[in-house]
Design a protein around this ligand. Sequence first.
Ligand SMILES: [Zn+2]
Length: 174
Amino acid sequence: MALRPVLQLPDKRLLQRSDEIEEITDAIRELAADMCDVMYDEPGIGLAAPQVGDPVRLIVVDTDWTEEDVEKSPLVLLNPELSEHDGKLLWKEGCLSVPDFEAEVERAERVLLRAQDLDGKELEIRAEGLQAVCFQHELDHLDGILFIDRISRLKRSRYVAKRKKQLKREAEED
Ligand SMILES: [Zn+2]
């Protein structure tokens, strides 16, 4: 089965706010499974539903997996919320929706995440470092925010200009 394509900048669908999930339907379970497939295939350590064109508040995260691992244990998080931000750090981030670019972003060092799992069970996860950064990055996607919205205007506009040129070149080659 073909994987769902990941939307990339400047797709406007990445900039919209995603809706709460009110009922855990088969479609939501299927979406979560598809998102995990995409995440491990890329590979990435997190993915938000709007990145595959479905504007609902669902993210999948796995900050422990490496390509040698056979066992996969993704966190599937519905309606995630963050509280108790604590500390600050700079982390070099990239994003499957923002090709060929990495930049340092200031994030909270520790967060408390609340969400539901696919059975509707309430989860509470204390995270720090990479996992905390990943939660913040993926939750931003649910509000239509990309990590390049959190870097300096100059760096952002340089990247956007480069990306536009690249897309133009690709269009000309086709
Ligand atoms: Zn991202």
